[in-house]
Design a protein around this ligand. Sequence first.
Ligand SMILES: C[S@@+](CC[C@H](N)C(=O)[O-])C[C@H]1O[C@@H](n2cnc3c(N)ncnc32)[C@H](O)[C@@H]1O
Length: 205
Amino acid sequence: MDNSEIINPALDISLLILPLDLKSVFGNGNDCLLEIGFGDGDFLIENALGSPEKNYIGIEIKKRRFNKAVKRAKRQRVMNVKFIHMDADIAAGEIFRPDSFSTAYINFPDPWPKDRHIKHRIINRGFLKKLSGIMKGGADLEIASDHREYVINALYTMRKINLFESVLPEPGYMLHMPGRTETTYEKEFRAEGREIHYMRFKNMK
Ligand SMILES: C[S@@+](CC[C@H](N)C(=O)[O-])C[C@H]1O[C@@H](n2cnc3c(N)ncnc32)[C@H](O)[C@@H]1O
């Protein structure tokens, strides 16, 4: 096995037994954190490099972005990150064991602003139910968005489904979250002067 194989950050689930045993995926029993829709993967790579005692998994539906992230992580020889090319809704329902993750991030989910497209939003009852199942009880869910209407809608959905509890005071979001790694979209939106909303929840199961 050459070195590039040992640190291959691309996780081809067609070669593995499902649901995934993350301990054998990473070769250790460290905490696992999940990002949904990781884009170019910079957020995960930076976090993984800064916290080698944690494991990071990302799911991204777009192949080109997935490939870019894999290339970057290989170049930087990141040992504790794995990228999966897949629809996060399917992944949450089918490939992970219950209680797999101590934290999940949904950073700048596609807002699908048109009424007829709202059904495509990842923050919906069905997805959140699956997500809650693969997260540990008491695990953190962080959501960031520049899209105010999406944020209000997400908070409403969260209250209604009663699976995650906001840990922030009313109105349920903050405009700054010190200490957080900025994502690529976040940097762009900030540079454009857009307001960023951060939400944080605990998995109540
Ligand atoms: C607005 S971008 C944000 C990217 C990155 N999180 C960031 O903040 O820089 C949203 C990302 O979510 C991905 N995405 C959308 N729906 C998805 C799904 N169902 N499963 C996995 N990824 C998805 C998109 O391909 C895109 O890369």
